[in-house]
Design a binder for this molecule. Structure first.
Ligand code: NAI
Length: 315
């Protein structure tokens, strides 16, 4: 069995182990694959794993030997699933491998904003504390989350985990999801109520027709003055220029995000020069145990397929 990984670098830059997949056949791992090279690298492949490389109809029609596609991620929008189905190619993903990690990063962004960690740590390094007469010094007082309200948009796995941590911090939790989820620790409210009552709004819904641009000038207008917005879901959920305007005017106190409309983030992105904007580089999912788990579950997906009882099938 010929197995190809077309873009393995982000999942495994060298610190985790491909051997669970290697055990199932002859494995070729490419760090990255330019679109022009995809067809060539799929020639003779029985199984392929991709993270972000697109496999469109034309590619799938020409990959005559291909029987299995493993997505090294949860989202599988890079695959033309219909075309795969027509060709009888099974497509599998890895659901929920990084829930705890993304929830942790969400709270990390929130705490970094509320405690002004980066700002003060940098001033301390520059000698600002040393120059003070008192034992305690701050330039901007921390924001206390205890007693404040967090609104979770998208109360699935990550949203629920974030809600539980926020509850442990003493926050009141509101949630908005099209379907109410069991196990969510907060109160479900309509979106406009959530926006109006929340000191912190955190986005955890997928990017789709009804969520693209969910946070834009008119929805921001319905938010509390000085609210904090956190986004570890997808860049397309917000209008970046509207969020920038709200940060400049002070309507939003801060925006913490792990995602951008174009990734890697482009120099022209209006958020790069916005005030009170904390941006990380889409790595919430990436602690080592999560990436090894991704490989382990991917190997199980392929093994189950080979034994005739495929799991995590999305096609
Ligand atoms: P999930 O499928 O468990 O939860 C998503 C929730 O969003 C569901 O409860 C669904 O009902 C809800 N939803 C759907 N449409 C909605 C709408 N119009 N308005 C409000 N809620 C809506 O997904 P999970 O695992 O919690 O992941 C959430 C998102 O986190 C993913 O879609 C992905 O974009 C993002 N993510 C980010 C990562 C990162 O590294 N930053 C890593 C993994 C996921």
């Amino acid at each position: 069995m010929q197995i190809v990984v077309l873009d393995g670098y982000c999942v495994n830059p060298g610190d985790v182990d491909w051997s669970p997949i290697k055990a199932l056949g002859t494995l070729s791992v490419y760090d990255r694959t330019h679109p022009d090279m995809v067809a060539q690298r799929l020639r003779g492949a029985d199984a392929v794993f991709v993270n972000k490389v697109k496999l469109n109809r034309e590619i799938l029609q020409n990959a005559r030997q291909l029987k299995f596609i493993g997505v090294l991620a949860t989202g599988y929008d890079v695959i033309d699933v219909e075309a795969a189905k027509e060709r009888g190619i099974v497509v599998c993903n890895v659901p929920a491998y990084s829930t705890e990690a993304v929830a942790q990063h969400t709270i990390a962004l929130l705490l970094a904003i509320c405690q002004h960690v980066e700002y003060h740590a940098s001033l301390v390094r520059q000698g600002a504390w040393t120059a003070q007469p008192d034992f305690s010094w701050w330039e901007i007082a921390p924001v206390l989350l205890y007693g404040k309200t967090i609104g979770i948009i998208g109360c699935g796995r990550i949203g629920t985990r974030v809600a539980r941590i926020a509850e442990a911090l003493g926050m009141r939790v509101l949630g908005y999801s099209p379907h109410e989820k069991q196990g969510f620790p907060g109160t479900f409210v309509p979106l406009d109520v959530l926006l109006k009552e929340s000191d912190v709004v955190s986005l955890h819904c997928p990017s789709k027709a009804d969520t693209v641009g969910l946070i834009r000038s008119d929805t921001i207008a319905g938010m509390k003055d000085g609210a904090i917005l956190i986004n570890t879901a997808r860049g397309s959920l917000i209008s970046e220029s509207d969020v920038r305007d709200a940060l400049v005017s002070g309507k939003l106190a801060a925006y913490g995000t792990d995602v951008a409309s174009e990734e890697p983030i482009r120099l022209r992105n209006p958020l790069l020069t916005a005030p009170n904007c904390l941006i990380t580089s889409h790595y919430a999912w990436s602690p080592k145990p999560m990436r090894q788990n991704l490989i382990d579950v991917s190997a199980k997906n392929l093994r189950s397929f080979l034994y005739g009882y495929p799991q995590n099938v999305v096609s």
